[in-house]
Design a protein around this ligand. Structure first.
Ligand SMILES: Cc1ncc(COP(=O)(O)O)c(C=O)c1O
Length: 384
């Protein structure tokens, strides 16, 4: 089925949009980027303005590999990294190189709705696999594999968007075994891996790249700034070579060499690590504010407190149609995302995704209060 079209429009000034999954402007580190850009330019090295090496700037990949080795808890080799302009770009490139229109791919139910749009652009047949609080359910995956073999399985293993749930280590190993047995790729979107607020999550799928069935995608969008348009893929050298030898790289060279040169400094100076530590502290306090506000104003919502990532995933009584409720949200100057957006099988009508990173405490409190007022006017919107 076709995912819902979504157009990014500016938030009207009076509206508190608790749905939008963007970092706030106030936390985008302009000074840090300015300083590093000045240093990169002061080196008088013209090569940062040249076409880049296909796999991505080598100094940058070395700095990134070091950084990831610390953050991931295992040794990451720069040879297994390929520079992208973000996860969205990585997904598009994977679709271009590994699929053709009409191929089947598997996704979690629910899944990141904008990834579903990329898959739609490539004419892929999207089949959903069940999830629970421990992530994708291997038995459901096996069931789907008994039909036609997919080209790949797309999943967000850690602090998932929208649910916030994390796939257990045992299931990760099971899924890799199934990929090897049934010969499909695992495309793991690890965008929230480094944004953990309590315990350390299991290691990302990058730990399995020796298997040749895994591509692990990372991004600076949520740990530094989305406007940089920079990310990476981690995979076996054979897969990395496939990307590096693609027509896109042959013509245009490696992606974003100039920004990579600036970010190399941000990583080597420790700025990236400091930024992540700061974000974690702020976001953790915003989780507490949103949790308290929800318990006070919206006791009808059931949820698990997020341990990482960006989102609260709220479940309402089965009779609630949250999509219909959203149509009235403008009158209350509030917004959110309805669960149905994240479904590839027309389900999840009684779910709502809220983001806790975008606003400071007073706005979160005010936004949830407005949600309560909207919800209390709900009688007209309950599903038949
Ligand atoms: C699960 C997930 N993947 C990918 C992205 C986008 O990543 P990027 O900005 O690196 O393209 C987002 C952004 O919200 C996301 O939530």
């Amino acid at each position: 089925m076709k995912p819902h079209p979504v157009i990014q429009t500016p938030i009207p000034p009076d509206v508190i949009d608790l749905g939008l999954g963007n970092p706030p402007l106030s936390l985008l580190p302009l000074d840090m980027i300015r300083e590093s850009a000045q240093q990169a330019l002061a080196r008088n090295d013209n090569s940062i303005l040249q076409y880049g090496t296909e796999q991505g700037n080598g100094y940058f990949r070395a700095a990134l590999a070091n950084f990831l080795s610390d953050g991931y808890g295992f040794s990451v080799n720069a040879d297994n990294l390929f520079v992208t302009t973000g996860i969205s770009n990585g997904l598009d490139l994977i679709c271009s190189l590994f699929t053709k229109a009409g191929d089947t791919i598997l996704v979690e139910e629910p899944s990141y709705f904008l990834a579903l749009r990329i898959f739609a652009d490539h004419g892929l047949n999207v089949v959903s696999v069940d999830t629970d609080e421990s992530g994708l359910v291997p038995a459901s995956l096996e069931e789907k594999l008994a039909g036609l073999p997919p080209r790949f399985l797309y999943l967000i293993p850690t602090f998932q968007n929208p649910t916030g749930y994390t796939l257990t280590q045992e299931r990760r190993e099971q899924i890799v075994r199934l990929a090897e047995k049934h010969n499909f790729l695992i495309v793991a979107d690890e965008v929230y891996q480094l944004l953990n607020y309590s315990e350390q999550p299991p290691k990302p799928f990058g730990a399995f790249v020796d298997s040749k069935h895994v591509i692990s995608l990372g991004s600076f969008s949520k740990i530094l700034a989305p406007g940089l348009r920079l990310g990476w893929m981690q995979a076996h050298a054979d897969i990395i070579n496939r990307f590096a030898n693609s027509g896109l790289m042959d013509s245009g060279g490696g992606l974003n060499p100039f920004t990579s040169a600036i970010l190399r400094g941000v990583i080597e100076s420790g700025g990236l690590g400091n930024n992540i530590a700061r974000l974690k502290q702020i976001y953790l306090s915003q989780i507490q504010v949103m949790d308290e506000a929800l318990r006070r104003h919206l006791p009808q919502a059931k949820y698990t407190i997020p341990r990482g990532g960006y989102f609260f995933w709220l479940k309402f009584p089965d009779s609630m149609d949250i999509g219909a409720l959203r149509k009235q949200a403008g009158a209350f100057n509030v917004d959110f995302r309805q669960g149905a957006l994240f479904s590839s099988s027309s389900g999840l009508k009684n779910y709502m995704r809220l983001c806790f990173v975008m606003y400071e405490a007073d706005k979160i409190e005010e936004g949830v209060q407005r949600l309560r007022e909207l919800y209390l006017s709900k009688a007209a919107f309950t599903a038949a």
